[in-house]
Design a protein around this ligand. Structure first.
Ligand SMILES: Nc1ncnc2c1ncn2[C@@H]1O[C@H](COP(=O)(O)OP(=O)(O)O)[C@@H](O)[C@H]1O
Ligand SMILES: [Mg+2]
Length: 242
């Protein structure tokens, strides 16, 4: 479980997060919706210690990561994977090496075990046999699925997705949403999904948090969002020019 308590973050005097409170339950998918430029990415980066908040607490399984040593943060971070917007694959590495990277850097795993894990991760995302391809040979949707394969290869407890469906066509977006659900169902993975894509929210969310002006102004069920906050949903898509 992750508990975000009264989180504040500003850049050069501009307040981006202004007292965020949110609980991320284990084995569930929490979707954070918010307009463009309102601090969604900043919030995700705080959750893994890539940014440090000005104030507040982030309790990861009971431990406040804003106060632990760098070494301890490094340990806690192993429970997380981050699927960056755009996928963030290394163009000069084939698919298998993009996925193996974490295992090579952070474990002493043997070569045949790495190969086995990479193959399994690719199978889960439906891309068996693409090991030797380079990112430039993949479609946008395939790149995103490789990014997800890379996220699961380290057997994380938490996966954080930053705008996982942005830039994808409807078919690929649905494939990604399906994967997020599959990882929850089959592996019990806890996901945090930041998005402005309403279909994504409808497909994957167990819990929805609406971000506005640096705070969560609503946290609850998606059915309630669709009933009560339609105007907000329209504004959201407008802010992204949809
Ligand atoms: N490292 C940074 N330095 C300065 N300003 C930043 C930094 N990261 C984000 N910001 C600012 O914080 C605000 C929120 O950014 P971001 O979290 O990327 O928004 P989004 O909700 O679109 O993901 C923006 O105004 C952005 O310019
Ligand atoms: Mg962002």
């Amino acid at each position: 479980m992750i508990e975000i308590r009264d989180l504040w973050k500003s850049f050069e005097g501009k307040e981006v997060l202004r007292g965020v409170n949110l609980t991320i339950e284990d084995g569930r998918t929490t979707v954070i919706l918010g307009p463009s430029g309102q601090g969604k990415t900043v919030l995700l980066k705080n959750l893994v210690g890539l940014l440090k908040p000005d104030r507040g607490q982030i309790l990861v399984d009971g431990e406040d990561i804003t106060r632990v040593s760098r070494r301890r943060l490094f340990e806690i971070r192993k429970r997380f994977s981050f699927v960056f917007q755009g996928g963030a694959l290394f163009d000069f590495l084939p698919v298998k090496e993009n996925i193996a990277l974490f295992l090579r850097m952070h474990t002493k795993m043997k070569e045949d075990e790495i190969t086995r894990r990479v193959r399994e991760a690719l199978r889960v995302v439906g891309l068996s046999g693409t090991e030797e391809l380079y990112p430039e040979e993949l479609s946008g949707g395939m790149k995103k699925r490789v990014a997800i394969a890379r996220a699961i290869v380290s057997s994380p407890k938490y996966i954080l997705y930053d705008e996982p469906t942005t830039g994808l066509d409807r078919t690929n977006a649905r494939a990604v949403n399906g994967l997020i659900n599959k990882l929850k169902r089959e592996y019990g993975i806890t996901s945090v999904v930041v998005t402005h894509d309403i279909e994504c929210m409808e497909t994957v969310a167990d819990k929805v948090a609406l971000l506005k002006e640096g705070r969560m102004f609503f946290v609850g069920r998606k059915e309630e969002v669709e009933e009560k906050y339609l105007d907000y949903l329209y504004q959201l898509e407008e802010s992204y020019g949809i």
